[in-house]
Design a binder for this molecule. Structure first.
Ligand code: 5GP
Ligand code: MG
Ligand code: MG
Length: 186
C-alpha cells in the first residue's frame, strides 16, 4: 500500500468542490419547492451506499425543511469499472415507505440498470411517490430507461472518481470529481 496523495492520480478535474456544492444547492431548492405541501410526513431521502454518501451529506444540509434519511446498499458492480448487470439488495431500508414520498439519491447513473431495478422495487412497496436525484448521468451509457427528475450534470461516457465515486475503493475522499491517469488502470 502506498501513501501517496489522493489527488496525484487525477488528470482532469470535471467539477470542483465549489461547483458541486452550488449544484446541490440548486437541486435541494427544487426538491424543497416540489415537496412544499405538508402531507403529515417528512420527505424521505434514500441514499444508495456507498457512492452517494457525500451527495446525501451535502444535499440534505442544503435543505432547510425536515427530511428523513435512510440508506440502501445494492450490488450491481464488481470492484472494477464495468457493470455486471446483476442487482442484489445488500442492505434494505429500515423504513416502511408505504404512503411516503421518496427521493432516491445517487451519485451517478451509468447504464441505468441499478436504478431502473430499484425504482420498480420501491414502487412495489406502495409509496406515495418515488423520484430520483442524481448528481451525474451518462446519457450515452444508458441501457435501461430511467426517469430522473433531478440531475446535476450530464457527462460523457468516461469513468470518473471523487466525491464518493471510487475506483477499487480508492478516491472516494477526493473533494473534486475527475478522471484518472491511464497508469492507474494498468
Ligand atoms: P448503473 O447501474 O447505472 O450502470 O451504475 C450505477 C453505479 O455504478 C453507480 O451508482 C456507481 O456506483 C457505479 N458507476 C457508474 N459509472 C461510474 C463511474 O464513472 N465512476 C465510478 N466510480 N462509478 C461508477
Ligand atoms: Mg452508486
Ligand atoms: Mg464503485
Amino acid at each position: 500500500m502506498d501513501a501517496s496523495h489522493v489527488e496525484a492520480d487525477l488528470v482532469n478535474v470535471l467539477f470542483t468542490e465549489q461547483e458541486i456544492r452550488d449544484k446541490l444547492g440548486e437541486l435541494a431548492a427544487r426538491i424543497e419547492a416540489d415537496y412544499a405541501e405538508d402531507d403529515g410526513h417528512d420527505l424521505l431521502i434514500v441514499g444508495i451506499l456507498r457512492g452517494a454518501v457525500m451527495v446525501m451529506a451535502d444535499l440534505s444540509r442544503a435543505m432547510t425543511r425536515h427530511v428523513e434519511m435512510d440508506w440502501m446498499a445494492i450490488s450491481s458492480y464488481g470492484s472494477g469499472t464495468k457493470s455486471s448487470g446483476v442487482v442484489r439488495i445488500l442492505k434494505d431500508l429500515d423504513t416502511d415507505i408505504s404512503g411516503r414520498h421518496v427521493v432516491i439519491v445517487d451519485e451517478i447513473i451509468d447504464t441505468g440498470l441499478t436504478l431502473s431495478w430499484l425504482t420498480a422495487n420501491l414502487a412495489s412497496r406502495d409509496p406515495a411517490s418515488v423520484e430520483i436525484c442524481t448528481l451525474l448521468r451518462k446519457p450515452e451509457a444508458l441501457q435501461m430507461p430511467v426517469e430522473v427528475k433531478y440531475v446535476g450534470w450530464d457527462i460523457p461516457n468516461e469513468f470518473v472518481v471523487g466525491y464518493g465515486l471510487d475506483y477499487r475503493e480508492r478516491y472516494r475522499n477526493l473533494r473534486d470529481i475527475g478522471t484518472l491517469a491511464p497508469h492507474v488502470y494498468s
